[in-house]
Design a protein around this ligand. Structure first.
Ligand SMILES: [Fe+2]
Ligand SMILES: [Fe+2]
Length: 201
C-alpha cells in the first residue's frame, strides 16, 4: 500500500471513531514534522520494513481486531459487551506509537547482480526514549488522552509472550488477559497481522 493511501485510511478510521478529549491534539502531533508515524516502517527487518509500514500495520491490526471481535460476538457475547468501536480504533491504530521516531535509515555496501559494490539503504534502530514497548505506547497516548483500563491493559500487553517483562516472569500479563478480553483480542490481531498477513523479509 502507498504511504499516502494508508495515511488516508488511517485518518478516516481515526476521525470516525475516536472522539475523546485530546484525540485531535494527538492527530495533530502524528501529522506534524515532529513525528514520523506516517512514513516509518513497522519494523527494521521483520514485517513491513518499508516506508509507511507502521501506519499500514496499524490498519491491518484494526481490521483483524474488528474481525476477531465480530466473531466472538456470536461465540462469547459476554466477552465483547464492553468493547466499543472507539476502544478498538484506539487500541489497534495506536498500539505501536512506541515505534514513532524509532527507526533511522543507514547505508551499507552490498554486491549487486554484476558483482559490483553498491550502497544500499537499510533501517536501523535509534531509540530516543527507552521506555520499553507497550508501556512506551501507553505513555505517549496518555500524554494526549485518557484511556480506559481495558484499553490500557490491551496496549500495555500487546506483545504477548514476547514482552520482556513477561519473559522475566511477570504474571501480570496473564492476569490482564483473564480480566480484559480486549487485551487477548488485540494481541491476536497484532500477531495475525505481523506473522501471517504482512510481507516479511
Ligand atoms: Fe508492538
Ligand atoms: Fe504491532
Amino acid at each position: 500500500m502507498e504511504a499516502l493511501e494508508s495515511k488516508n485510511i488511517f485518518k478516516s478510521i481515526y476521525d470516525k471513531y475516536i472522539k475523546r478529549d485530546g484525540s485531535k491534539e494527538l492527530m495533530a502531533w502524528l501529522e506534524s514534522d515532529k513525528c514520523d508515524f506516517f512514513t516509518a516502517p513497522a519494523s527494521a527487518k521483520y514485517h513491513l520494513a518499508v516506508k509507511g509500514g507502521l501506519c499500514e500495520h496499524s490498519i491491518n491490526v484494526y481490521n483483524n481486531l474488528k474481525w476477531i471481535v465480530e466473531k466472538e460476538k456470536t461465540l462469547h457475547p459476554e466477552s465483547v459487551t464492553n468493547i466499543t468501536e472507539e476502544s478498538m480504533a484506539i487500541c489497534a491504530l495506536l498500539h505501536d506509537l512506541c515505534k514513532v521516531n524509532f527507526y533511522k535509515i543507514s547505508e551499507r555496501n552490498v554486491k549487486n547482480e554484476f558483482g559490483n559494490w553498491v550502497k544500499e539503504p537499510y533501517y536501523t534502530i535509534d531509540e530516543e526514549f527507552p521506555m520499553g514497548h507497550g508501556e512506551k505506547s501507553l505513555y505517549i497516548i496518555g500524554s494526549f488522552m485518557k484511556l480506559t483500563r481495558d484499553e490500557a491493559a490491551a496496549i500495555n500487553w500487546h506483545m504477548g509472550a514476547f514482552d520482556k517483562r513477561a519473559m522475566g516472569g511477570d504474571h501480570s500479563i496473564s492476569d490482564a488477559y483473564e480480566k480484559y478480553p480486549l487485551a487477548v483480542y488485540l494481541q491476536m490481531a497484532d500477531f495475525v497481522s505481523s506473522y501471517i498477513d504482512e510481507t516479511r523479509e
